[in-house]
Ligand binder design. Structure first.
Ligand SMILES: Nc1ncnc2c1ncn2[C@@H]1O[C@H](COP(=O)(O)OP(=O)(O)OP(=O)(O)O)[C@@H](O)[C@H]1O
Ligand SMILES: [Mg+2]
Length: 233
């Protein structure tokens, strides 16, 4: 038994008469505090899987056990509670609230949990101290991505789910962000899942999961994960 056990999970999308299987009999386990990298080509079901684990979306079959609880059987109220208290989510397309400033976007997350990190400090850690009062539309893509990461980290979540968190970032900023995510696992004991196309990130992971055609292609445990500083890509 792991901390997160995904067991025979299936997710289908129906559009018109057709049905598409986005996650097909997905099974794997993750231990508490692990840093996990999920790799796979576009359309293989990575975001779908993250959404199911984060309680953003339900699955059609199977079980998703998180810390002993089957969230696949949760009702809407239980899912809301789970997302609010336990999960930090960095969306592939940021999903910042457009009419709130960077600081307010982060505060929105930190205010809903009992123990949070200071929003200003977290924004500083992603290099945005001087952009706090700007609205998302006034920020570059990479800056918006960093606000989204600050927002997720500010909650001190038990589970941190990151969909392409460095996709819009340059090399140096990308490394900075990976450093923060690795620290969340190493120093704060959060279980961190990172979805990425960039296989060069894989050496920092405790576990690497590869997806192909909506299925798990392989799961590899990394006995000696690298520090982010040792990464090159
Ligand atoms: N809401 C939806 N309705 C219908 N089909 C969907 C929906 N969301 C995703 N899909 C389909 O499910 C499959 C998996 O999508 P998903 O977004 O999980 O892929 P991904 O691995 O995250 O891809 P990418 O790397 O491009 O982000 C794709 O074929 C996609 O078109
Ligand atoms: Mg995706």
């Amino acid at each position: 038994m792991g901390y997160i056990d995904v067991i025979h999970e299936v997710k289908r999308y129906k559009s018109g008469g057709a049905s598409l299987v986005a996650n097909n009999d997905v099974t794997f386990s993750i231990l508490q505090g692990e840093l996990v990298v999920i790799l796979g080509a576009s359309g293989t079901g990575k975001s779908t899987l993250l959404n199911v684990i984060g309680g953003m979306d339900g699955c059609d079959e199977g079980d998703v056990i998180v810390d002993g609880e089957n969230i696949a059987k949760y009702n809407a109220k239980e899912l809301t509670e789970y997302r609010r208290l336990d999960v930090g989510f960095v969306f592939q397309f940021y999903n910042l609230v457009p009419n709130l400033t960077a600081l307010e976007n982060v505060e929105m997350a930190s205010e809903i949990v009992p123990y949070s990190n200071d929003p200003m400090e977290v924004l500083a850690s992603v290099g945005l101290s001087n952009r706090c009062d700007n609205f998302p539309s006034q920020l570059s893509g990479g800056e918006q991505q960093r606000v989204a990461i600050a927002r997720a980290v500010a909650k001190r979540p038990k589970i941190l789910l990151c969909d392409e968190p460095t996709g819009a970032l340059d090399y140096k900023t990308g490394k900075q962000v990976l450093h923060i995510l690795q620290n969340m696992s190493r120093k704060h004991g959060a279980t961190v899942l990172i979805v990425t196309h960039n296989s060069a990130i894989a050496p920092i992971a405790d576990r690497v999961i590869r997806m192909r055609d909506a299925r798990i292609a392989s799961v590899n445990r990394n006995a000696n994960p690298r520090n982010v500083d040792q990464l090159e890509w």
